[in-house]
Design a protein around this ligand. Structure first.
Ligand SMILES: Cc1cc2nc3c(=O)[nH]c(=O)nc-3n(C[C@H](O)[C@H](O)[C@H](O)COP(=O)(O)OP(=O)(O)OC[C@H]3O[C@@H](n4cnc5c(N)ncnc54)[C@H](O)[C@@H]3O)c2cc1C
Length: 389
């Protein structure tokens, strides 16, 4: 396909994603939030348009878009419904782990083809009771006996588990392995026994339905990714998660800022706006621009690595620090920007039943810094800085 033709396809897909956001996510966002329910209408539309296979390369049947495009789409969706955008991002992160690390395993390539063909939805179980958000260690172990591999994980949070087709689980490579000798295993949900151990009546991101489960499964040895999880984490899961999460947080921040502006525009038709409000709006815009710049520099540096397949660069402490800093900065900027928008729009933003409400934005915003706690990430960053030469 020529550069011009692929740009046209890209633009058409951008328009489709925006239309789904405007026509399906936005009108249902409040219902998804209040019912704490899976946004099934949005996912039916994503499936109809092949978007669950967006990152699957075209020769394997997908749309073959790159990380820059995924980031742009997460931002677009974040403008309309944070929970839906978060599920979309979480799925694409798992797809990226498979696409980047499948190697030449027929079984792994078949799964990737199936994601595109059948529009499978992928969930993830990394968090574990006992290790929390420390992705680099597991208590759960994969135990192989003959041609079967068994595992059992106490997972306090697995988003949309009941609506996922496949759950990617981290585990120790075997019962004797150390906590950080991990593998990534995919489990077909129909193959797993999921005993609920925690509910999800959360402050925000309610539509992710992140309930807790005791997950047990028996799979074939081919369901264990051939590449060690440590490599998948540093090369793909961490950078992709931090980029795609931050992208949808940017969309949320932009949406909060636009609600604040709309509210002031409406107020100014009745009476002049006090000068302090204009100053606050200018400040809010600076913060959004800074957030965008932070994200875009990260997207560009990771996209360059992906384009050149220069994986070596991902093992540098400077790369890990940069990716972690994007997550920390964007998650904290989001709370700041939504808070500024609230101060600008005032009492109407504070009401739950007003068209300029920012209640859901405010509740969702606080989830960003907790999904892998920023302080945990900062502790890692401090250790990396000491080790960096
Ligand atoms: C909306 C949402 C959806 C999620 N979906 C999923 C999912 O689908 N699958 C999944 O596996 N997980 C999921 N999670 C869980 C998430 O990824 C984190 O694992 C979880 O929030 C716990 O993070 P934590 O242990 O870092 O922090 P917290 O539980 O917030 O930690 C509490 C405190 O302990 C501190 N702390 C604990 N240990 C350390 C340490 N070793 N070093 C430094 N500080 C430490 C933290 O800094 C913090 O102050 C989701 C979370 C959210 C909010």
């Amino acid at each position: 396909m020529s550069k011009e033709a692929s740009a046209t396809v890209g633009q058409t897909l951008d328009a489709i994603v925006d239309r789904i956001g405007r026509e399906i996510l936005a009108p249902l966002a409040s219902d998804v939030d209040s019912q704490s329910r899976f946004p099934s209408e949005a996912f039916a539309a994503f499936r109809e348009n092949g978007l669950l296979g967006a990152y699957v390369p075209s020769p394997l049947g997908g749309l073959g878009v790159n990380m820059r495009t995924l980031s742009h789409w997460c931002e677009t969706l974040g403008n309309y419904c944070a929970s839906t955008a978060m599920i979309f991002a979480m799925h694409q992160i798992q797809v990226a782990c498979l696409v980047h690390h499948a190697g030449n395993s027929d079984h792994e390539l078949d799964l990737i083809r199936q994601i595109a063909r059948d529009q499978l939805l992928l969930g993830s179980a990394t968090t574990e009771i006992g290790t929390g958000g420390d992705l680099g260690s597991s208590i759960c172990a994969a135990e192989q006996t003959g041609d079967r591999v068994k595992l059992e994980k106490q997972a306090p949070v697995i988003s949309y588990a009941e609506d996922a087709d496949v759950i990617m689980v981290t585990a120790r490579a075997n019962p004797q392995a150390t906590a950080n000798d991990q593998v990534h295993v995919w489990v077909e949900r129909t193959n797993a026994t999921m005993q609920q151990i925690a509910t999800w009546d959360a402050l925000g991101f309610r539509g992710t339905r992140s309930l807790g489960y005791r997950l047990s499964a028996e799979v074939t040895p081919e369901n264990v990714m051939s590449v060690p999880f440590g490599l998948i984490l540093s090369r793909t899961m961490q950078p992709t998660a931090h980029i795609l999460w931050s992208s949808l947080w940017l969309g949320m921040a932009e949406n909060a800022a636009s609600i604040a502006r709309r509210s002031i525009r409406a107020a100014s038709r009745k009476a002049p706006v006090p000068p302090t409000t204009s100053l606050r709006m200018a400040e809010m815009d600076e913060a959004v621009q800074q957030m965008r710049a932070t994200l875009e520099s990260g997207v560009e540096s990771y996209q360059q690595i992906l384009d050149t397949r220069n994986w070596q660069r991902t093992s540098a402490f400077s790369f890990g620090l940069a990716m972690n800093n994007i997550k920390i900065s964007c998650s904290e900027a989001l709370v700041d920007i939504v808070g500024k928008a609230m101060a600008i729009a005032g009492i109407n933003a504070y009401r739950n039943d007003h068209e300029h409400t920012l209640g859901r934005h405010l509740r969702d915003a606080y989830g960003a810094m907790l999904m892998v706690n920023n302080d945990r990430i900062r502790t890692h960053n401090a250790a990396m800085q000491l080790a960096q030469r």
